[in-house]
Design a protein. Structure first.
Length: 255
């Protein structure tokens, strides 16, 4: 059985887990899961992540506003996030970033709120968990401007972009997409990433790996992603799990 399975990005607040959340999380440690970062996307889910982290020793929280939740942001929310981020089990500001896929939130407003949250992370000396969907150019520009510590989660860019991210000292998170049939770019990136910059994640309940596509994702599926990355890199899945557990603990300052 695999061990040292660290899921660096999940959303266990999601309503898809409402029927069996306690049962599912209660099974994780005996199945080799060593850590999970539960990410907020607004005030409510950030609070939930913090509360969940106090119920389970292996769960940690990240707090912040996802770009598609910008419309929920009101005056004072930066201070509310700051307060939540000062919890002892909060390890990052996230999930923050840019999402130009839906064009639902103005790009200008996304950039304004993103910058506020990056500055907050720097003020609190916390890493960021960054979401980039169809916003590669602006993502690189803002990361080069502020040079935060953190991870580009669910990475969808090219090897060339990965090189730029790694030059900035950041990590790259890979998930179930590397197992998809047409996953050319994710597989190229998985082969390239230096061993000390790789994280593994689920983005649960989304991005379910093969052979479970179409089902709700959870942290128990990480070994399937690790096996694919190991195949691409010519090593064992356990070696991938060991190094990504170590990298997650380094990035999130978990001892």
């Amino acid at each position: 059985m695999y061990h040292n399975i660290f899921d660096s990005h999940a959303h266990y607040d999601d309503e898809q887990f409402d029927t069996d959340r306690a049962e599912l999380l209660g099974s994780f440690e005996e199945n080799g899961i060593s850590g999970i970062v539960c990410c907020g996307v607004n005030i409510e889910t950030s609070k939930f992540a913090v509360e969940l982290s106090h119920k389970y020793g292996f769960v940690y929280s990240a707090v912040g506003f996802h770009p598609l939740n910008n419309d929920e942001y009101i005056d004072g929310d930066t201070d509310r996030i700051r307060k939540l981020a000062q919890d002892g089990k909060c390890v990052a500001i996230g999930e923050i970033g840019l999402d130009y896929h839906y064009e639902r939130e103005s790009r200008e407003n996304q950039l304004i709120l993103l910058e506020k949250q990056i500055l907050l992370a720097k003020e609190l000396d916390l890493p960021i968990i960054f979401h980039d969907r169809e916003a590669h150019e602006d993502t690189l520009n803002i990361l080069k401007k502020h040079k935060p510590n953190g991870v580009l989660h669910c990475f969808s860019g090219s090897v060339e972009m990965a090189k730029e991210i790694i030059k900035l000292g950041m990590y790259i998170g890979l998930g179930g997409a590397v197992t998809f049939k047409n996953a050319v770019k994710p597989c190229e990136v998985a082969k390239y990433i230096p061993a000390d910059r790789l994280l593994i994640e689920t983005d649960a309940p989304y991005m379910t790996p093969v052979p479970f596509r179409g089902k709700r994702c959870n942290s128990l599926y990480i070994p399937h992603t690790a096996e694919k990355i190991a195949e691409l890199r010519g090593c064992t899945a356990q070696e991938i799990l060991d190094l990504t557990d170590r990298n997650a603990r380094n990035l999130f300052n978990i001892r």
